[in-house]
Design a protein around this ligand. Structure first.
Ligand code: COA
Length: 142
């Protein structure tokens, strides 16, 4: 992947780039309601945006409780390795910050994506916003 850059910053700095991606992917494509999509965690999370040639194409956030969420790549940019690059960047940062683990609530269709990054499934699947999810975790070796 050439010409890509990943920025991490707070919501005030990255909302202008992250919001349109989440709007397209979660609200328009996956029909998640705006009330569910925009929550109080955005204000206190660390946000990530991937840029290709200056265009914001993917985003995610990392919470204080080591939870990664809102992982989204624009439809036109999927299957190119961007999601993997973004997740690897977040995992590396979490390790540098000496976090013990990272975890997430994965949409069931994305289980193989997260498994390929080292996450394992915990427990049974459940519905969140009408979409089947499962908890996944990647524990760092000390
Ligand atoms: N199901 C199964 N495998 C998947 C997958 C999916 N939905 N998405 C990606 N993969 C696999 C790829 O085949 C690839 O494997 P390979 O390296 O062996 O070829 C690997 O995961 C990395 O793929 P990559 O190109 O980096 O993924 P991506 O950039 O398309 O991003 C998502 C993956 C899930 C983030 C992206 O599809 C997306 O934004 N989906 C809509 C929003 C969403 O569902 N987010 C997840 C919420 S939990």
């Amino acid at each position: 992947m050439q010409n890509y850059e990943i920025q991490s910053d707070d919501w005030a700095r990255l909302a202008a780039d992250a919001k349109p991606i989440r709007e397209q992917v979660f609200i328009q494509e996956q029909h998640i309601s705006p009330e569910d999509e925009w929550d109080a965690q955005d204000a206190i999370a660390l946000h990530f945006v991937v840029y290709i040639a200056g265009q914001a194409v993917a985003t995610a956030r990392l919470l204080e409780n080591h939870s990664i969420g809102r992982v989204a790549v624009l439809k036109s940019q999927r299957g190119l390795g961007l999601g993997r690059l973004l997740m690897q960047h977040i995992i590396q940062l979490a390790r540098q910050q000496c976090r013990p683990e990272v975890k997430l609530s994965a949409q069931v269709h994305a289980i193989p994506f997260y498994q390929s990054l080292g996450f394992y499934v915990e427990g049974e699947s459940y519905l969140d916003c009408g979409i089947p999810h499962v908890d996944m975790r990647l524990v760092f070796e000390s």
